[in-house]
Structures are given as C-alpha cells and as structure tokens.
Design a binder for this molecule. Sequence first.
Ligand code: PMP
Length: 360
Amino acid sequence: MERVYNFAAGPACLPEEVLKKAQADFMVYGTSGMNVMEMSHRSKDFDDIIKSAEADLRTLMGIPDNYKVMFLQGGGSTQFAMVPMNLMQKGKAYYIKTGQWAKKAAAEGAKYLQAEVVASSEDKTFSYIPETNKDMFKDDADYVYICENNTIYGTHFSELPDTNGLPLVSDMSSCILSQKVDVTKYGLIFAGAQKNIGPAGVVIVIMREDLIRDDVPDFVPTMLKYKTHADAASLYNTPPTYAIYMAGLVFKHLIELGGVEAMEVINRRKAARLYDFLDNSKLFKPTVVGKDRSLMNVPFITGDKDLDAEFVATAKENGFVNIKGHRTVGGMRASIYNAMPEAGVDALIEFMAAFEKSHK
Ligand code: PMP
C-alpha cells in the first residue's frame, strides 16, 4: 500500500526524509552495532544523540543560555500538574481558558493552587481567543497559563498576553517549531512531541533557570520536580531514548530546510491556501475566522452531520485520512503540521472542490 496523507491531530505524520533516515539506521546506528533502542542511555553514542538534539533545538528556537531544555515523559498532561507543583509559591495562578486542554490544565492546577480563569472563550465553543489586558494580572499569582495553539478548536494566540511581569507558561504542544517565537517572553514552554517534534513518548520543557527551584512542596515526587531533570541533563533516570533520537532527526531536518523561519513561510502558504478555499466554498465553512486562526489545525463543517460523515468516509477512500473533527466538536479538522507536505494540502483542496461540485 502507498503512504496516505495523514491529517491526524497527533500522533501525526513525520517528514518522509526522517523516516527514511531512521530506516537506514534501524539495524545499526553509526558504529554502535545496534539500534538506538538497544543502547544504554549512559553510552557515548546516546550522549551525542541527546546533546545534539538539545543543541539543534536551541539553534532552531534561539533558546538563550539562561533557559534549561529538558526531555521528559508523561506527555503534555503531566505538565498540567508539574507546572503548578513546581511554580507555586504565592498559591495562585491565572489561566486563560481557550479549549479542552487549557480547561484540563486549569482543573489540574486547581488541585494545588487557586487556578483563576481570567478569560474564556467557552461561550462561543472556543472559536476565538479572548482579550486580556495587563490589569487582569496582579502580583498575587505565580504565573499566567495559556494553551498557545488549541488543537481541537483551531485557534492560536496571534499576540501573547501582557502578563504584567508574571512568568508566562505556554503549552506549545501543537505549534512548537511551526513559527518563530521569542523564548525570552516565556517563563516556561512545554510541548508533547507527537505533533511537530517526533513520536509520542517525550515532552520537551524549556524553562527559565530562575524558576527552577529546589524548595518545592514535600509532596512533589522526585520525578515531577523540574530540578531533578534540569540538574541531571534529562538523564536522572532512563529517558525515552528512541523518541529523543527521532526528535533529533526532525530538528536536523528542520535546520537543513532553513530553520523555523523557512518552515513558517511554508506553513503560512499551506494554511492560507486552505482557508482561502474554505472562505470561498459554498459547501464547507471554517469554524474560526479572523486573526485567531491556527496555522496547524483547520476545523471546518458543512452544517449537515450526514454530509460531514460522507465527506470523511470518501476522503478516507481517496487517501486523506484522520480528517474527522474531534469527538467533542464534530465536523472535520485538517491538521497540517510541519511534516504535512504542501502537495498534501493542495491535493486535499482539489479533492474538496471535486466533492463540492458533485454535491451541488
Ligand atoms: N496540550 C495540547 C495542546 C494537546 O493538543 C494535547 C494532546 N493532543 C495535550 C496537551 C495532551 O497531551 P498528551 O496526550 O501528550 O498528554
């Protein structure tokens, strides 16, 4: 069978070049005589793999020296707990509720501190990013939390909130490395790998050093303390070695492509073509309008459930898979992460246009 165009929200498609490189390394990695999965995390070969993955990520995102990079486990969801456990001092944090993932993060935060939802877009099914201003954020809290790209609803913060000096914590799981960001604006960034970085199993944390503390509450397990991992350069225990190796290959591939800046140009082109088609279609409607549109996740509907189902099924038959919307919203969603080729987006648009023509 041929490879399909996989529009899944995550785990998602990976660059073919990366899969081929992993295939070439599969039986014997370099001069190790074994697959990376079989190698000790304390070996020289793996040390090179994890160090160059970190160095390449630092290059790609322009991560300053006063930020630590950690390769952790437990997915994005474990970060919902690690963030409050490690950052709480005053015992309060502000959350901007822009979707299910921000909502889950706030609920988890509420187990440990006062998680105040300062703004929400739940009134309109999370189809926009709510406005905030710096007066909403007082000195009585430890951080401001955002989910920068809302995978399910297809919204993205086009501008970061002015946090009035509080550290900004961002869940970048579905937008990391898709467009340029200024890392100095954040206290902590985290991202599960399974969308723009590599296979599931590793979550990347980029954290300003002064926020990494030893004196977290006693109940915090050793494995859930950022300091444990920051001090041990992500080798306190056995890290997800193969996922880190794959992430490293993706970083090298991005550097060869011209970095995040070059990727952003391609991503903007892909998203613009798809939104342009949706804005002009008589059958398909985008669910997000205006400046809050995500470059990565593009939800759309026909307005008729049966027609949506027919479209999803026909798309699958034609090699466009995982285009069904999230179970909580229905309709369709095309996730067009970094690894989705422009040809995939063009082919999808062509298919949608033909479907529209045959359903007049
Ligand atoms: N944050 C965002 C923005 C997500 O899209 C997801 C999952 N797709 C998560 C967090 C949860 O990640 P995980 O499944 O790795 O726990």
